[in-house]
Write a new protein. Structure first.
Length: 241
């Protein structure tokens, strides 16, 4: 059963190595995103789950072994996140990095880890089914959904917001704030390419995992520093009584 969830973006720039040795502190918008991601991941651990499932976009639907690492070589950085064979896609690589910052490594003293990639073309119904299966794996499941919002916040004129992209992001933010799994489940995959949305499949896996759960949501961050919308949210179980 899903007892907690976090939603985080996966820009490689969150990982300090991508900023270069002389970059110093990350830019303020990135620092704010990282801080709220840390807050959301710590809340997952505080829920005392038996399993933390990290779900994010990839070339195809695929479950990776808990010890699988991720590499930033594709971004010109010789950095490996984790100690296993580097095979994770970017979304799960950043997810693994966020878990490591919270001291979560899948060892005997902590929750079991699951890394699940979901293809960008995966249909909403299949995403939801995958989420239901993840939530049923053990008694207490926490899910970290990795995904960016739109990357079409400006068209034709630099700095001019794209009204359709802005509306999409605001609607997703409202759903995350309300822990509205039903709204996330209705997201149209046809808009993924149109608005350059990377997070839709992971959000719909979360929607499936939340089926039957009573959860309360908090939107921790919404910003668009580089033309891509980053959303951070935390969902926690509603306590009985």
């Amino acid at each position: 059963m899903l007892i907690a969830a976090a939603v985080c973006p996966h820009p490689p720039l969150l990982i300090p190595a991508t900023l270069g040795a002389a970059a110093g502190d990350p830019p303020a918008p990135l620092a704010a995103v990282t801080d709220t991601c840390d807050q959301a991941v710590r809340a997952l651990l505080a829920a005392e789950p038996d399993l933390i499932a990290v779900v994010g976009g990839g070339p195809a639907d695929r479950e990776y072994a808990p010890g699988t690492a991720g590499s930033l070589a594709g971004y010109g950085v010789p950095e490996v996140i984790g100690e296993g064979e580097p095979a994770l896609p970017l979304s799960l690589t950043v997810g693994r990095w966020l878990l490591a910052r919270a001291g979560i490594d899948g060892g005997q003293d902590g929750p079991e880890l699951l890394f699940q990639a979901v293809g960008q073309q995966t249909a909403p119904g299949d995403c939801r089914k995958l989420g239901i299966m993840i939530a049923e794996r053990v008694a207490r499941v926490a899910l970290l959904a990795m995904g960016d919002g739109t990357a079409r916040r400006a068209r034709d004129i630099e700095g001019a917001p794209d009204p359709q992209a802005q509306e999409y992001d605001e609607d997703v933010a409202e759903a995350l704030a309300a822990a509205d799994a039903r709204w996330l489940a209705r997201l149209d995959p046809a808009q993924d390419e149109q608005l350059l949305v990377a997070g839709r499949p992971a959000w719909q896996v979360l929607a499936g995992a939340a089926t039957g759960a009573r959860l309360h949501g908090h939107l921790l961050c919404m910003c668009c520093p580089y033309g891509v919308t980053y959303l951070v949210a935390s969902w926690e179980q509603v306590q009985a009584g």
